[in-house]
Design a binder for this molecule. Structure first.
Ligand SMILES: Nc1nc2c(c(=O)[nH]1)N[C@H]1C(S)=C(S)[C@@H](COP(=O)(O)O)O[C@H]1N2
Ligand SMILES: [Mo]
Length: 316
């Protein structure tokens, strides 16, 4: 063992030991991934988090992440609570270790994969995305994850795979509103068209702010689809199915007139009860004006081609 003298402690550790320690944890996990897997040197040191962003992640715009304590304490997680606050504590009883993901349907290599085996194959990167909830608020979140397409490719989708269905965990003993059968038909289900699922912007996230995901934000594995309303970004995924036909999704089933299957962010298609023209930017300060919502949440350059010839008013 090498005992370091006081002088050898890096400046980062001295100035902000807490943040540095947190980052070390996820960096260690990422390094394990890199060493064991096919990845090269995605994360060679602390600095490469955040500097290793593939081009096209944020439309050339420099995004400043919203305060971490905001997104960790203002969450939508209806299995736990209807409000934005209570899931922070309630979700801590969720059991997430061990965790595995069942992949089935129209694939050559169906199976139940342990999360650590999935991660060993992937290179984790930071992706700073805008996040727009259908309730007309938004944040900027630095996710840590990998493209869903890389996982899907590894199980070899068949040409008959046209949709992807995602299912959240069913754990009624930990999730009070599953126990009470409240609101949605549990477990929570979401879906994408196969080309949306294969788009490089579509992530599976395991972390944010350089650390693992907090339970209330969807640990240990969640979807992130930055050009769609937040409800598409399903948390705590246990099952991924490749299908020939569109899956029935939770919110669409609950209220089809309000929540479409596509749910692409679109300022000119109002929700029946409110406008989607602009959004409240959470954490930006009281006097910051509302942001004008952009078509596809600003990711149009990357994703508009998925929807040519589609009437976005009809397919909302
Ligand atoms: N399983 C599950 N996933 C979910 C939800 C949920 O209630 N349960 N809420 C959705 C909604 S409405 C939003 S806006 C985002 C919120 O993500 P955040 O709480 O991490 O900000 O998660 C989405 N994923
Ligand atoms: Mo949402």
């Amino acid at each position: 063992m090498i005992v370091k003298s006081q002088n050898d402690i890096p400046a980062s550790e001295i100035t902000d030991p807490l943040i540095f320690k947190q980052r070390r944890r996820i960096i260690k996990a990422m390094l394990a991934t890199t060493i064991a897997g096919v990845g090269t040197s995605a994360v060679a040191d602390d600095k490469s988090i955040g500097t290793n962003l593939p081009k096209g992640d944020f439309s050339g715009e420099l995004l400043t992440p919203s305060p971490a304590n905001l997104i960790k304490n203002y969450t939508n997680y209806y299995e736990f609570a209807f409000n934005k606050e209570d899931s922070t504590t309630l979700a801590q009883s969720l059991r997430i270790d061990p965790w595995s993901v069942e992949i089935s349907g129209e694939v050559e290599k169906p199976g139940t994969y342990a999360l650590e085996d999935v991660l060993r194959q992937q290179t984790l990167k930071e992706h700073i995305y805008r996040f727009r909830c259908v309730e007309a608020w938004s944040m900027v979140i630095p996710w840590v994850g990998f493209s869903l397409r890389d996982l899907l490719k590894s199980v070899k989708p068949l040409s008959t795979a046209r949709f992807v269905k995602f299912t959240s965990v069913y754990q009624p003993e930990a999730m009070p509103r599953q126990r009470a059968n409240a609101m949605l038909d549990w477990p929570y289900v979401e879906g994408l068209r196969i080309d949306e699922a294969m788009h490089p912007l579509t992530l599976l996230a395991v972390g944010m702010y350089g650390d693992f995901l907090p339970k209330q934000n969807g640990a240990p594995l969640r979807l992130v689809v930055p050009w769609k309303y937040g409800f598409k970004s399903i948390k705590a995924i246990v099952k991924i199915e490749l299908l020939k036909t569109p899956p029935t999704t939770s919110w669409n089933k609950f209220s089809p007139g309000e929540y479409g299957f596509y749910a692409n962010v679109n300022p000119s298609v109002a929700h029946p009860r409110w406008s989607q023209y602009s959004e409240r930017q959470l954490g930006s300060g009281f006097f910051t004006p509302r942001r004008r919502t952009e078509l596809f949440n600003g990711y149009g350059e990357q994703v508009a081609s998925l929807y040519t010839d589609m009437d976005l008013r009809h397919f909302y």
